[in-house]
Ligand binder design. Structure first.
Ligand code: RAM
Length: 943
């Protein structure tokens, strides 16, 4: 008997041990400044973050240890240690700043992490991660800027399109290369190769910055590219943003190109380390030789022409005689600071096969790729020498099947390939990108197949790890359209559009879309890079420019609602990733911006009518592309954006320990809001303006339509920014609902008000109405776009209507079919439908509060890939039950709001709630609120 009990006991013990083992925490993903094992960074205190996994619930980190060493082997010993935190009592698992020994140029830093859980049980050490440092001092750069002047021989063309230069240099290495690192940048764009092989997978590197102030270099580990003995390094240089056509024709006059310099330049430094400790450095200098090659021209907006008959076989290998090549010239380079690229370089993320080929005109073929996107097309052809294939790109077709290109404006977006006539030829252009769904091909001698054209989408390589699906197929398509639009426009900088002669980082669009973008993808690094562009584009007297980078030094354009992006987007990014470094590096610039606002609003504390006559266009852009009869007063919008900026500046100041400043902004906020309410809002909660003050409103965008305060955007913004006291908020809510009713519950907001609309309705208890609007298919609505063939988000509500087609004359002026501003509805899918929000900064204290709206959705599955790991909120409803599956990452907790009916029961995993594990907090309206720790849960309630 005793024996049996013993066996029994040991089985139980074994079981509970293995259960505990399963519940143990392990470290999953480790990032350094948002990247996994990045190389060539120049942040002296990189931020380390990790996610954790466990099968258990309520799992927490109570302490951590990070050990960093300069050699991988040393991580198991105490040698070569750069930093060892020891066991540090702390719950922090993200944005831990390296605080070890001072790091040197080129230094390798290997590290591992372990944590202790709530029972003080240590996890295993993580796998080894690493980062390397780039070149930290200007004096580390031994290379010289070089270039090669090529001449545009195509005199017939109205455009100036010089050929991209090819540069090369041969060198010898000794035996036993231990490590080889290439540090490289270009004024323009580079494509580097070693011994005939392209280095890295990036496109259009080093990207776009204000080259007069800042140039980024990239770092590549090229050890495996090197041969013992003879080697050749090659470079092709594109004009890209530096010397090519950039932006709208009207803004980039007189030449529309060469906005930073005339010829592209290269700065390249290859550092080779041998086993015996010796070093070699191969730098760009006078010894390089250059030539023209098969690329006739390559321009971002205009496209690429390539003559395969001029190819230079083996030009970037040692098996090549460069006696006819010319010397390079020493390029003037730039006075700007040289820094490691902090963002996500552009890379290919998919391949798309055509779904249909049509022939609207004899020998003119159109390939429908079924999806609008940014990128280029790969051509595969067979033909005779000198056959010339012309490839054009468009987002839509005319009714007669022709390619619609009017909306490209000055962007020629045409690629040309001249065949060499040798079997099957496969070609992809370089240094350009187009926005398109349709590809028109002419010049083919035989009928094409689906292999003739392949769509190659690319964009900034940000990880899209979140997801959203529901029981409504149109809504799912709308969301996918947002994701494709983000992919297409997060191209180095957040652009407005990828197809026409524009592609600028418009601040207004970004601030509206930024939370949607943050839910969809990890854009911490991308934003960090862009914030430097925003600072570089800021005017000396404080206002942020309407777009960043600002390639037109003389243009003075700023606009309320656009410029506040300079504080709103950093704020949103901080809130999503708890990244206080972003606040610190941007703080001086933000306070300078706020000082400007404070000074400008000094007399009244807010902006009464006609305060922004100095902006261009007069008043700023306002609720751009709205559908109202009269425009929403620009000064109401300006005041509310100013106030919101004060509020978040107060919070951000507090977050970095500047309490005095926090109080200062808060006091100004309170003063401003009460003066504003007194002036603009009547007793009935209605916005009133003195329209007469605007006179004929000459100079205002569409000023002839007159102004009003009473629009959907006005109330939605006041509610969304939470500017009003409860009683006024309620009244504003009523006005919003009435205005919607007068408009058949359809939106009339332009891009500056649209993001606010659905969350504002939700916050006044009308998520039913928000759902109704969201799921509408009438004009104007998002569903209407889908019904009319949209595969990305349109710039205008009326970009296309069956009655007016592409909007007549407007089409050629401004009509993008791939524009994310109106895609800002998608934040609502995560924040309100799935109900995933953060109470603090960085999703450590999570809220899961699904809004069921008008119950038009029966199934919702959302995953937000947070900095702490995946947060899942998936729910379904039927007539009487609500089911919710929640996943909360290790080391976080959540308040979960369960909709319920009076007297109904709430179950978890089929049983009554275990109050030891799941704490009931309160009843709030139609919800029961519970507090949960990490883990997976299945709630069920009667509704
Ligand atoms: C358009 C841009 C952008 C908008 C500005 C005001 O040209 O595409 O969407 O912010 O104008």
């Amino acid at each position: 008997m005793k024996k049996i009990t013993l066996i029994f006991l040991s089985i139980i013990l074994l079981h509970s041990c293995s259960k505990e083992a399963e519940d143990n925490i392990s470290i999953s993903k480790i990032t350094v400044n948002y990247f996994e094992s990045p190389i060539g960074i120049d942040d002296p205190n990189p931020s380390i973050s990790w996610t954790m996994s466990s099968n258990g619930r309520n799992k927490k980190q109570t302490a951590y240890q990070i050990k960093v060493a300069s050699l991988k082997e040393s991580l198991n010993t105490d040698d070569n240690t750069l930093w060892d935190t020891g066991k540090l009592v702390s719950a922090q698992n993200s944005q831990v700043r390296y605080a070890g020994k001072e790091l040197q140029s080129g230094q390798h830093c290997y590290f591992k992490v372990r944590i202790w859980d709530e029972n003080d049980v240590a996890s295993s050490w993580s796998e080894v991660s690493m980062w390397t440092m780039g070149l930290l001092n200007k004096s580390d750069w031994k290379a010289k800027w070089i270039g090669y002047k090529t001449t545009d021989k195509n005199k017939k063309d109205t455009l100036h399109l010089p050929p991209p230069p090819y540069l090369r240099k041969s060198f010898t290495t000794k035996a036993n290369v231990k490590n080889a690192t290439l540090y490289v940048t270009a004024l323009g764009a580079f494509e580097m190769s070693l011994n005939g092989k392209k280095i890295g997978e990036d496109f259009l590197t080093p990207g776009w910055s204000d080259y007069n102030k800042r140039i980024y270099y990239k770092t590549y580990n090229v050890t495996s590219h090197l041969n013992e003995g003879e080697n050749t390094i090659g470079a092709i240089l594109g004009d890209a943003w530096y010397a090519g056509y950039v932006g709208p024709k009207v803004l980039s006059k007189p030449r529309n190109r060469e906005l930073y310099g005339l010829h592209p330049g290269l700065l390249s430094q290859l550092e080779i380390e041998y086993d015996n400790g010796e070093k070699d450095i191969i730098t760009s200098d006078e010894s390089w030789k250059a030539n023209e090659g098969p690329l006739i021209y390559a321009d971002l907006l205009m496209g690429v022409a390539y003559n395969a008959n001029s190819e230079l076989p083996n030009w970037n290998t040692t098996n090549y005689d460069d006696k006819d090549w010319k010397p390079v010239f020493i390029h003037k380079g730039t006075e700007g600071v040289i820094q490691a690229y902090p963002g996500n370089s552009i890379q290919v993320y998919d391949e798309i096969e055509p779904i249909e080929i049509t022939e609207p005109k004899k020998d003119t073929y159109i390939f429908n790729l079924g999806q609008n996107f940014a990128g280029h097309a790969r051509l595969q052809v067979k033909g005779n020498k000198n056959d010339t294939i012309v490839i054009r790109f468009g987002e839509r077709l005319h009714d007669d099947g022709r390619l619609m290109t009017e909306n490209l404006r000055f962007a020629r977006a045409t690629d040309t390939y001249i065949l060499k006539g040798e079997g099957t030829e496969v070609w992809e252009p370089k240094f350009t990108y187009h926005g398109f769904q349709y590809v028109e091909v002419t010049g083919l001698k035989t009928k094409p197949s689906k292999k003739t054209i392949t769509g190659i989408p690319f964009g900034s390589s940000i990880p899209f790890e979140s997801s959203f699906t529901s029981s409504d197929e149109v809504l799912n398509k709308m969301y996918q359209n947002v994701v494709w639009t983000q992919h297409s426009n997060f191209m180095e900088v957040p652009t407005d559009s990828p197809q026409r002669d524009e592609r600028l980082g418009w601040l207004g669009d970004v601030q509206i879309f930024s939370r949607s973008a943050l839910y969809n993808a990890n854009i911490g690094a991308f934003n960090t890079k862009w914030f430097a562009d925003v600072r570089d584009a800021q005017y000396d007297n404080g206002p942020y420019a309407v777009f960043a980078p600002r390639p037109y030094p003389k243009l003075v354009w700023y606009s309320p609602g656009w410029m506040e992006a300079g504080v709103m987007v950093p704020y949103n990014t901080y809130k999503f990733y708890n990244d206080t470094k972003i606040i610190e590096s941007h703080y001086e610039s933000m306070t300078r911006f706020m000082d400007y606002h404070i000074e400008k609003s000094k007399a009244h504390k807010f902006y009464p009518e006609h305060s922004w006559a100095d902006a261009k266009p007069e008043g700023g852009f306002g609720d751009w592309l709205s559908m109202t009869d009269k425009h929403l007063s620009h000064d109401i919008l300006a005041s509310m954006h100013y106030q919101y900026a004060l509020k978040i500046m107060s919070e951000m100041s507090g977050a970095i320990g500047k309490q005095e400043k926090a109080n200062y902004y808060e006091a100004l906020y309170n003063e401003s809001v009460s003066a504003f309410i007194k002036h603009y809002i009547d007793e009935d909660g209605k916005f009133q303006i003195d329209e007469a003050v605007y006179g004929k409103a000459k100079g205002y965008f569409e000023g002839e339509r007159g102004f009003t305060g009473h629009t959907q955007s006005a109330y939605a913004t006041a509610i969304y920014f939470d500017l009003l006291p409860p009683e006024l908020k309620e009244k504003a809510g009523k006005h919003l609902v009435d205005l919607l009713a007068e408009n058949n519950n359809l939106p009339s907001s332009g891009i500056l008000g649209i993001r606010q609309l659905l969350p504002a309705l939700s916050s006044i208890g009308r998520s039913d109405l928000a759902y109704e609007i969201l799921l509408k298919k009438d004009y104007p609505s998002w569903g209407f776009q889908v019904k009319n063939g949209a595969t990305t988000i349109w710039e205008r509500w009326n970009s296309y209507t069956p009655e007016d087609g592409f909007n007549g004359e407007m089409n050629a002026k401004m009509n993008s079919f791939n524009h994310y501003a109106f895609g800002a509805f998608s934040q609502f899918l995560f924040s309100d439908i799935a109900g995933i929000k953060t109470k603090d900064a960085g999703f450590k204290n999570i809220v899961i509060k699904p809004k069921l709206g008008n119950k038009a959705l029966t199934d919702v599955n959302a995953k937000y890939a947070s900095i702490n790991g995946d947060i899942v909120s998936s729910w379904s409803i039927d007539d009487s039950n609500f089911n919710l599956e929640v996943e909360i990452p290790v080391n976080t907790k959540a308040s979960v709001y369960i909709p319920f009916k009076e007297g109904g029961v709430v179950l978890e995993s089929g049983s009554e709630i275990d109050s030891k594990l799941i704490k009931f907090v309160k009843h709030e309206g139609d919800y029961k609120v519970y507090e949960i720790g990490s883990g997976s849960y299945k709630f069920q309630s009667e509704i």
